[in-house]
Design a protein around this ligand. Structure first.
Ligand SMILES: [Mg+2]
Length: 123
């Protein structure tokens, strides 16, 4: 039996009470980015063979900025750049996935059983 909280909204999204914190953050990020005039990822852009690679390059640029902050021993800027990484990741996945929290939880559960250093990898 489906309760009111489990019924999907007309747009296909679950009601807020069941949306996880990552998905809520993704939606907030996307709203802010749109308000600031940026494009946000749309589900149909998965078919565009240039869109996702461009987004991944932008995520990588934020990782590189974090590396530079680390090299300069700037912990405050390092955290800000890591926040940029998360913002770009959630902006991207928010366009393709409506329950990224579940995806992360499933991956964590998979990792839980991968064993010591995931089968003996060095790093
Ligand atoms: Mg940055």
């Amino acid at each position: 039996m489906q309760t009111d909280l489990e019924k999907p909204e007309p747009c296909g999204r679950r009601v807020d009470a069941l949306v996880g914190p990552l998905q809520q953050l993704a939606e907030e990020i996307r709203a802010i980015n749109q308000a600031n005039g940026w494009n946000v990822t749309q589900a149909n852009e998965w078919a565009d063979t240039y869109k996702v690679p461009a987004i991944l390059a932008l995520i990588h640029s934020e990782v590189s900025e974090a590396l530079e902050a680390f090299r300069k021993d700037d912990g405050e800027n390092f955290m800000e750049e890591m926040a940029d990484v998360l913002i770009r990741v959630l902006d991207c996945v928010g366009g393709f996935e409506s329950d990224f929290d579940a995806v992360v939880r499933a991956k964590l559960e998979k990792n839980r059983h991968r064993g010591i250093r995931h089968g003996g990898k060095r790093v």
